[in-house]
Design a binder for this molecule. Sequence first.
Ligand code: DC
Length: 219
Amino acid sequence: MIVAIDGPAASGKSTTAKMVAKKLEMTYLDTGAMYRAVTLALLRSNTDLDDYDSVCQVVDKLELDIYDKGSKTIVKLDGEDVSEAIRSMPVTENVSAVSAMKYVRQTMVEIQRNIGKKTNCVVEGRDIGTVVFPDAEFKIFMVADVNMRAERRFKDLHEMGESRSFQDVLADLRRRDEKDSTRAYSPLQKADEAIEIDTSMLSIDQQVRKIINLVKKNN
Ligand code: DC
């Protein structure tokens, strides 16, 4: 069984998807973490992101491992744990450009489908219900007002010790929304049959309960 959860950055997907997976005893798959890992590999190897062939070569050589450990997602790049490094600012600033590249997407989608074949998964991303698992049993599209999302992200960053202004965080979210939803290949899009949940006024518990109820009622 696949529960697909899509939506823009900071819409509450990750925390919600993780809790839903735990409650339903399913695997949690954070596909954004995979695009972040590819971005990190490209930045570390000083690959010119405008040089598509070089990008493809790095992607072909990449050894990417992603799995749950307790309540954490562990991402390994060539055996090294990069779970924290993929959340850094340079990665966040470049991930939209990297994830817009066709070959990067094709490669990641194949890995995601292979994981989904082996186990029941709650998969979060941007194109899960539309492209990766169009036959997913459940499709959720989470949205929230951009100011609300920026506030949440701003708080998270401060808790992590990053000092960025609210305006800066807001501008970054707007830029990523624009890039993620207007790219030519697999843009962020609500699947026709997806159920939209506006999380602007909902607590995480309420979001989780909504999804769990939906799965239990229809399963
Ligand atoms: O969920 P996140 O913010 O960690 O995702 C990082 C970036 O990866 C996001 O800007 C868009 C991209 N992404 C994507 O294109 N497709 C997915 N399925 C997941 C993420």
